[in-house]
Each structure stands twice: as C-alpha cells, then as structure tokens.
Design a protein. Sequence first.
Lengths: 108, 114
Amino acid sequence: DAKTTQPNSMESNEEEPVHLPCNHSTISGTDYIHWYRQLPSQGPEYVIHGLTSNVNNRMASLAIAEDRKSSTLILHRATLRDAAVYYCILQTGNQFYFGTGTSLTVIP
Amino acid sequence: DGGITQSPKYLFRKEGQNVTLSCEQNLNHDAMYWYRQDPGQGLRLIYYSQIVNDFQKGDIAEGYSVSREKKESFPLTVTSAQKNPTAFYLCASSTGGSFNQPQHFGDGTRLSIL
C-alpha cells in the first residue's frame, strides 16, 4: 500500500501559483515529508522537506497540515521549467517511500 | 563540477548474465543509495550504504548485490537471480548517514533484457 497519495496530473498557467497536494494519513511522529521532482529519463531533483513546521526555500514552500496527515507543495510562480513529475515522499526510519507522483503541465 | 555519475546510460543483458552498474560521486558524501524505477511508478530502494564497507538491504534487495570499498563508489550488480531486471536504475548520495538529508541523484542507467 502506498504511504502517500497524490493526484495523477495537474495543470497550471505560466506565472500562476501551483498547489500540489499530498495525503499521508499513516504518517508517524518521526516521519519526514520530502518533495522531489523528476524530468523524463533523469534522476529526481530535491525540492524541499520538512517535519512539522512549514518550510520555505528558493524553489518552493511546503505547507504541512496541523495533524500532519497531508501537505501541500507550493510553487509561487510556475514557469515552463517547472513541468515535471512531483513526488511526495515519506521518510520512515531509514527508508524513503515514493508514491506515483503528480505530473505537472505548465501552460504558456 | 561536483555530482553523481552513473554509467552506462543504457545497458543490455542476456538471460543468465550478471551485469554491474557503476555509480561514482565526488561530493564527499558518506551515504549512497540504489533505487529501481518501473514505468509510471515511484522509486523503490534496493540497497543503501551509510559508510564505507557497510551496506543495508532496502525493500527489494533480492537478486541484487552491492559493494562499498571506496567512499566515492557504490556499484550495483544485477544477478541472474533477478527475474525481472528491466527497469531504470538510479543512484543517489547524501551527507551524513541520515535519510533526513536531501539526496542527490545521478541520471540513471536503463537496463533491458535481450
């Protein structure tokens, strides 16, 4: 059973904000939430990660629900370069658990 | 530039053969990982190593073997015992030995059966 659930695909207009949701209802207190993105035939690229508090970096923001059963990756202004598959990952102990990801299409 | 180099990019294997995938990093990272990705799926952990001369099995280690003789190198051997080896293989590394740290990935090796 997948530890994270994401929509298969989403679309966004260029220069608009994008909110990518993820459900992880079985998360435990010590599990970290990671987000990576992947282009075809390339390795995943780190985006952001967090435990309990919301996190910001130059690429994105991560909003974590108070009960930690869901999170949202926020891209503040989508560009064409942001088109990729975005993976929400649960880190349990020493293991990363990938879901099937959300394919983001950015419309010019 | 610092990074992770995987070679070859494409690899073909005959039935009953073992093949070795190379992974080299010059990031001075202690931890290294091997993942397998099947079409339309996320990544699954095969093996990881947090320090030289030590490694641990991931979720799908059967049919695979690894070694970690040098900090920079973490080769993966796909043995003939792996009955469905066709997949995209990704190597990653991170600082320290904690999965909490971001992982840096190579560009992968695509393995196919002849």
